[in-house]
Design a binder for this molecule. Structure first.
Ligand SMILES: Cc1cc2nc3c(=O)[nH]c(=O)nc-3n(C[C@H](O)[C@H](O)[C@H](O)COP(=O)(O)O)c2cc1C
Length: 281
């Protein structure tokens, strides 16, 4: 399945993590069917897949450190599964899973990436093969209209709305030489969700490419930081596509993650008219 750039690009700004869902608002069978179809079809890497579970048990959402990740009322969840034999499984699962999260957002649903969840109830429902593991899950549903105190305090605790400025994250080609798609892509990458909002990425702008690397203080958090970087990769590509630029990813060795090189530019991208944030360069 090709990435629906003009559908997923607005979802990047609309998405926020929600942890309290309205138990009285079920998801219609049509919307569940649409989401399930995208879970099955959007699988760009053989080692990463997404499984929609429509009869979840609340024990899957265990909460962590005083309620981080405590989720209530969700009528469904999606498991993000990866084959851990693949050396780039984390970034591939992050990239694939964020595509599904953006689709759920476009369908009007709320989500929250959860790296801390109860494995036992999840793996008793999701069938795994060989070296597969569930690397993360997200609840899916309609969030309560207002955040309760616990959800508000959780958002405040991890400072969910804060994002680092691009000046702290980007190096390489000076800004005045950035191709027009680069600013839109980097702004989109900056908005990517990450575990405890640590934003563990940096970006190097090169001629016709953006290189994503992990900012790391040591080897211990290396693995999940690469999953976060996979999420940022999806945002880079969606925004580039919305500006009429498509390309390919080349996966790299730690601390680099992957380089996105633009291979085709639409000189009159129909999509630009849908997206006022893509300014001609
Ligand atoms: C890989 C990953 C794992 C996460 N794990 C958890 C979790 O276990 N519990 C939780 O409450 N939030 C979790 N989050 C949500 C982040 O805290 C949230 O995305 C971040 O604070 C930014 O807020 P936003 O998503 O509202 O933009 C996770 C996010 C990512 C990307």
């Amino acid at each position: 399945m090709d990435i629906p750039f003009s559908r997923w690009h607005p979802a990047i700004e609309q998405r926020i993590s929600r942890r309290r869902f309205d138990p009285d608002l079920p998801i219609s069978p049509e919307i569940l069917g649409d989401l399930d179809t995208v879970c099955q079809k959007f699988a760009p890497f053989s080692c990463a897949r997404s499984v929609l579970v429509t009869d979840p048990t609340e024990s899957a959402f265990r909460g962590f450190l005083g309620g981080y990740g405590k989720v209530t009322g969700a009528p469904a969840f999606i498991a993000f599964v990866g084959n851990v034999d693949d050396p780039h499984v984390q970034e591939k699962v992050g990239y694939t899973g964020e595509g599904i999260i953006l689709e759920a957002t476009a369908l009007g649903l709320s989500t929250c990436w959860l790296g801390w969840f109860n494995e036992e109830p999840v793996t008793s429902i999701v069938e795994l093969h060989g070296e597969e593991k569930v690397l993360a899950i997200t609840p899916v549903g309609y969030a309560m209209m207002a955040k309760d105190w616990q959800e508000r305090s959780m958002t405040g605790l991890v400072r969910s709305h804060n994002r680092r400025p691009l000046s702290e994250l980007v190096h390489g080609l000076p800004e005045e030489r950035w191709p027009d798609w680069v600013r839109t892509s980097l702004e989109a990458a900056r908005l990517a969700p990450s575990a405890v909002n640590r934003q563990p990425w940096s970006f190097e702008v090169q001629e016709d490419s953006v290189l994503v690397s992990v900012r790391t203080r040591g080897p211990d958090f290396r693995v999940t930081r690469r999953l976060d970087c996979g999420i940022a990769m999806m945002h880079v590509e969606v925004a580039a596509g919305a500006c009429g630029c498509t390309g390919q990813w080349e996966f790299l060795q730690h601390p680099q993650v992957a380089r996105f090189r633009v291979s085709s530019r639409d000189s009159y991208p129909e999509l630009i008219s849908h997206n006022r944030r893509c300014q001609p360069g």
